[in-house]
Write a protein that binds this ligand. Structure first.
Ligand SMILES: Cc1cc2nc3c(=O)[nH]c(=O)nc-3n(C[C@H](O)[C@H](O)[C@H](O)COP(=O)(O)O)c2cc1C
Length: 290
């Protein structure tokens, strides 16, 4: 059965939103990108960011890939959380795809696409200490699309379970279109499963990809304010109130995130502006329901 994956999105794929997407058909969910070193240091906010209750059935914790010994201490901490039943994560997803300058200047995210051997080494070290499935997020390359082939060649020597491949380079950021042709060539050369990612906006497009041999696809931007995309239906405004209930239930009420999500569910431009000006959660919910 092909997989519909909720793509990781900083500020959006928080626990209540992941549970909402799972309810409407996402088969795999991924946390926002987190820093393994902050996990190792048991930073409270970071531990909350990666928390997965038993209700989250097939979730992965995403951490930024980096060449640093404390990174592996973070992995060990995640393994301990899973082993002791404190986190229901099914595995770890390592990010080598984030193009943001803030992330890349720290030698993490898509900066490492320049160094396939380092990526290979990080995955090898991680699989040695983590008995749970390891996946990673990739782009087609740092500056040239073909760079992905050397990365795949290196990763074929590891125990990597799967990867989500976004069909752009780091330099492209979000410009141009995702190149599904090169992604397909890369997929066919990999010994591990590659899920495709980039520019999908409907279930019909996802199903077309399945017919073209993809074992799964990841959808990100089009899911914001639209969790029903996974079941091929139109989302309703009411689903934001479901998000709100889940946030209450799991103690994830946060004005900034509630605003971001509510603005995605609201289609009226003026109302979006009104929502952005709410000063309290009560005011936000009142304005949203008005
Ligand atoms: C606001 C935003 C935040 C993102 N944050 C992450 C992240 O934390 N980790 C990650 O792997 N990808 C992140 N991405 C990239 C998406 O997962 C995805 O690869 C990209 O948006 C292309 O897929 P799409 O066309 O379906 O949106 C982010 C994208 C957006 C728009």
């Amino acid at each position: 059965m092909e997989k519909l994956i909720l793509g990781s999105m900083d500020n959006y794929t928080d626990l209540p939103f992941r549970l909402l997407c799972q309810k409407y058909g996402a088969n795999i969910t991924i946390t926002e990108m987190t820093n393994a070193i902050a996990i190792f240091r048991e930073n409270e906010k970071t531990l909350k960011k990666i928390y997965m209750p038993k209700q989250e059935k097939k979730g992965y914790i995403q951490i930024m890939g980096m060449k640093n010994n404390d990174f592996y201490k973070g992995i060990k901490k995640i393994v301990e959380l899973i082993d002791t039943g404190k986190n229901n994560s099914k595995g770890i997803d390592i990010n080598f795809g984030c193009p943001s300058e803030r992330i890349c200047s720290n030698g993490t995210g898509s900066f490492l696409l320049k160094y396939p051997k380092i990526i290979k080494n990080i995955i090898m070290q991680t699989t040695k200490i983590c008995p749970y499935p390891i996946s990673c997020k990739l782009r087609l390359g740092y500056s040239k699309k073909g760079e992905i082939f050397d990365i795949i060649k290196n990763l074929n020597d590891t125990e990597l379970e799967s990867s989500i491949l976004h069909g752009r380079t780091k330099i492209q950021n979000f410009s141009g279109n995702a190149d599904w042709e090169i992604m397909k060539d890369a997929r066919d050369k990999a010994k591990f499963t590659i899920y495709g990612n980039g520019d999908l906006t409907s279930i019909e497009q996802a199903q077309k990809k399945f017919k073209e041999g993809w074992k799964g696809v990841s959808i990100a931007r089009a899911v914001r304010g639209n969790p029903s995309i996974f079941e091929g239906k139109k989302s309703t405004k009411k689903q934001f109130l479901e998000y709100f209930e889940l946030a209450k239930k799991f103690n994830y009420l946060d004005l900034k995130k509630l605003k971001l999500h509510s603005i995605c569910f609201e289609k009226n431009k003026q109302k979006k502006v009104d929502l952005s000006k709410a000063k309290t959660i009560e005011e936000l919910i009142f304005r949203f329901s008005d």
